[in-house]
Design a protein around this ligand. Sequence first.
Ligand SMILES: C[S@@+](CC[C@H](N)C(=O)[O-])C[C@H]1O[C@@H](n2cnc3c(N)ncnc32)[C@H](O)[C@@H]1O
Length: 488
Amino acid sequence: MTADWTRGYASDIDYTRGWYRELSPLWLDTALALAGVAPPQPTEHGPVWLELGCGHGLSALALAAARPDMTVIAVDFNPTHIHGAQRLAQAAGLANIRLVEADFAELAEDTTGLLPPLDYAALHGVYTWVGDESRRHIARLIARRLKPGGAAYLSYNCLPGWAAAMPVQFLLNAYGQALPGPKAAAGDQARDLLLHLLNQGAGFFTGNAAASARTDRLRGATAPYLVHEYMHSGWRPAYHAQVADDLAAAKLSYAGSAAWVENFPDLMMTRAQQDMAASVPTRALAETVKDYVTNQPLRRDIFVRGPLALDARQRVARLGALRLVALGEPGAALPDFTLPLGSPDPEVSRLFHPVLVVLAGGPATLADLVEHLARTVPDWGPDSAGCLLRAVAILVAGDVLSPCLADGQIQAALPGVRRLNQALLADSLLTGAAPDHEVRLPERLASAVTGGGVMASVEEMGALAAHWAGEVVMPPDALSRLARLGVL
Ligand SMILES: C[S@@+](CC[C@H](N)C(=O)[O-])C[C@H]1O[C@@H](n2cnc3c(N)ncnc32)[C@H](O)[C@@H]1O
């Protein structure tokens, strides 16, 4: 059932419950430092952060709990999403979050002061899922409320990475438009049709490996994911140059990528490809050329209103102060890091292990790491600090490391984080018997250490819920990782 308020956005089924690490100011500030751009300068009252299209609000709730110094505002027009998030905020006693049920259109033209001046505006998985009209409202809203120096984070489906698979989305959405009744049922039928076409060797698929792979992955997709990812009438991927153009009207300039590794051109492109990207007339086109090289389907862009460059000394100072924490258990196997150019350079990958050895002793700053590794790693030379920065960005991309708050901030965050995690687990356990059980379990819990969320396995969540319920005496190490990460 769709209603007028949806503007063509499929809202007859709840969205999946996701957390996105890139939304955090600490994360974004570091990405900006890597790109050589000054971060926003909040007042002494702390950063003001807005999320547009917050879904169930889990990222916003985790940030509010982990950063009591921040004002968090999260907006979505789906009342079910906002209602659920408000209940969690209330259960966790979070006083620094406002969850607002509103359409972007209302906020874009608001003159009643609904939104204060903003240091950050963040949108994950929204911009290319909504129609042109909503995109204009988003740009207008950001233009009116983001402070000079403020940062806007947008992730979006980009071209040309999506080009080959757009017909997959077309059929899913067209089915949803053509069939009356729940979108999930139409999605299932359209998925079956696509898989049938794939299995029967339809020419579109035989000539198009990317579309075949994407369709094959639909097999395991849950109904909420299928509907919310593909079945909106306004869904349309965009070239970076187009998005940069939309936001230029809001006086925003592209500043860097929230995917830290993407701020190192040499990790993304060969020397010859970098030269080609550098030869085009504008930065927006250079980024677009990069997308032709990498063929990535999703971008994570940071735009700044009036960006100021950091000089070399300021950049070194900012990055040196970056504190890092290891997310896994010491000695855990590393994931396979595949960059657009293949495996990382051995000069970079040889530093993975020494970095993890230092961080096994607890969080450390990048300056500490340089100081320690310069003494212990053989053949440490003038280029080694640059290799370390790249090694850290790659480990962060693989969820092996995370940026981490200062000790004082961690202590201040712990009570709220604990209450939120208790509320989250109670909420998911209460609804555990529902058919969409896997959708209701949070993928992450809030963390006072990372200042946002951390991945937690189903086993860890079960152990934590039992621990809080006082049901079982825990094996001593079942919760040690979560305790180290400030989850309980
Ligand atoms: C694809 S979901 C992304 C949700 C969340 N950011 C995430 O990544 O998990 C897009 C969200 O935007 C909201 N939305 C779509 N159009 C909107 C509008 N015009 N005004 C306010 N919210 C809107 C939807 O309800 C939905 O929760």
